[in-house]
Design a protein around this ligand. Structure first.
Ligand code: C2E
Ligand code: CA
Ligand code: CA
Length: 412
């Protein structure tokens, strides 16, 4: 859509339906190119060359801003600071002609100020790449992300009831040994089978449970489901370890190791079949009590995995102190490792670090064969991701596992 057409369109009744994007860049030609691409993708656009002019505008909530970091009068970092001071919430697409490390650290800074950074792009930006970014941005526009809307609409008592009435179900995602191609384990992922709303994903209710003291009950239910499933499978000769996600608050209960041992004993499931996944942030937020609980869980034979590794703030000392048996590299790095040199370096270092500390290394978010092959070259132990399979119901993963010898993901 050209400028003239856009003006005509703005005058029509449809204008409020169109998403809008602001471009702040001193480079006129470049900004015009981005505007043109955005307009042809159906967006309204507004370009400002000067930061001070942009900052004077009154901006609606969730304004999408393409921000160039390198501007003469006031640079992008200063703009981020000024927006934070004025408490203006924008969704950022950061661009720069500098190397990608500058972009990444600007992203960290923006996120520390609680801005959502949609992506970082290095100039020159291919038209196709920018079009894809616009598509990815669309769901965020309009004042609410999917997650926020869902959270708002789920009342706490409904979640409480769901736990009591056993509406939570587990799906399982396979973890494959990269050397042998064999099923090494599976991660259990909770879903809420809501009688009216259908299947609800964990990102839409875990937070609610954590903030309202419901997470212990939720985790108890999840552990019970996983242990019972493990026992059922064992009775048909399907003996595969299960990983269970645990929140920070769960590991403050000093009785947890004994309770879990009692539960597994009751179902005749060996502790070796259960791995607990915790994020670095969860461990760090409750360091003293978590070290106590983690050590005793380990002593009772459970395995422990450090989840989303690379995104939290643990120091090497803490990693060394806690008795983790497995390190799960965050999917953000895995997904980008074939297109972003820094992500590749981080993955390589995590693999080396984990191996030197005697841990099993799991790569999560393996979506392509190219990534699988790279991980194999680096000596990573286990892969989990959509390339192999999406999370499945208990019945489906049992069926799926019968044909695993075909290693169909290697022919994709
Ligand atoms: P997580 O522990 O990092 O789990 C991995 C998430 O990534 C899952 O999303 C999984 O479906 C998704 N995933 C796996 N492979 C790929 C891939 O190749 N590509 C992409 N794009 N995604 C992939 P899910 O099931 O929606 O779970 C989201 C988060 O919810 C989990 O992240 C975990 O933090 C939390 N969660 C799930 N189940 C539980 C639970 O039982 N208890 C607690 N406390 N948290 C849970
Ligand atoms: Ca996990
Ligand atoms: Ca993870």
């Amino acid at each position: 859509m050209g400028q003239a057409q856009q003006q005509k369109f703005q005058g029509s009744i449809k204008v409020s339906m169109l998403p809008k994007i602001y471009i702040l860049d001193d480079d006129l030609q470049f900004a015009e190119l981005l505007s043109e691409v955005a307009r042809s993708a159906g967006w309204l656009t507004e370009h400002k060359q000067s930061a001070s002019e942009f900052l004077k505008m009154s901006l609606p909530e969730n304004t999408v801003l393409v921000l160039d970091l390198n501007m003469p009068e006031m640079d992008g970092i200063e703009v981020i600071r000024a927006l934070a001071e004025k408490n203006i919430k924008v969704l950022l697409i950061l661009i720069s002609g500098f190397d990608s490390r500058v972009l990444h650290s600007a992203q960290q800074l923006a996120e520390a100020h609680h801005f959502k950074v949609i992506t970082c792009l290095s100039k020159p930006i291919p038209v196709k790449e920018f079009t894809t970014v616009l598509e990815q941005t669309l769901p965020f526009v309009g004042g609410s992300t999917k997650q926020a809307t869902a959270n708002k609409s789920i009342p706490l008592d409904e979640l409480e009831q769901a736990i009591e009435q056993h509406q939570l179900v587990l799906h399982y995602q396979p973890q494959i040994n990269i050397k042998t191609g064999k099923l090494e384990g599976m991660e259990s992922l909770v879903r809420w089978q809501h009688p009216q709303r259908g299947l609800i994903y964990p990102n839409d209710f875990i937070d609610l449970a954590e903030k309202n003291n419901l997470i212990d009950r939720l985790t108890d239910e999840v552990i019970r489901l996983a242990v019972e499933q493990n026992k059922k499978w064992q009775s048909v000769g399907f003996n595969v370890p299960i990983s269970i996600n645990v929140s920070a608050q769960n590991i403050t209960s000093l009785h947890l190791p004994e309770q879990l041992k009692d539960l597994t004993d009751k179902h005749a499931v060996t502790a070796e079949n259960i791995t607990f996944e915790l994020t670095e942030t969860a461990v760090m937020s409750q360091l003293t009590s978590s070290l106590d609980v983690l050590n005793r869980l380990r002593m009772k034979g459970f395995s422990l995995s450090i989840d989303d590794f690379g995104t939290g703030y643990s120091s090497l000392t803490h990693l060394y102190q806690a008795p983790f048996t497995e390190l799960k590299i965050d999917q953000k790095f895995i997904m980008k490792m074939t297109s972003d040199t820094e992500a590749l370096v981080i993955v390589k270092i995590c693999i080396m670090l984990g191996q030197m500390l005697g841990m099993k290394i799991v790569a999560e978010g393996v979506e392509t064969l190219e990534i699988w092959n790279e991980l194999q070259n680096f000596g990573c132990d286990v892969a989990q991701g959509f390339l192999i399979a999406k999370p499945m119901t208990a019945d489906n993963i049992y069926e799926w596992s019968k044909h695993i010898d075909k290693k169909e993901w290697l022919n994709k």
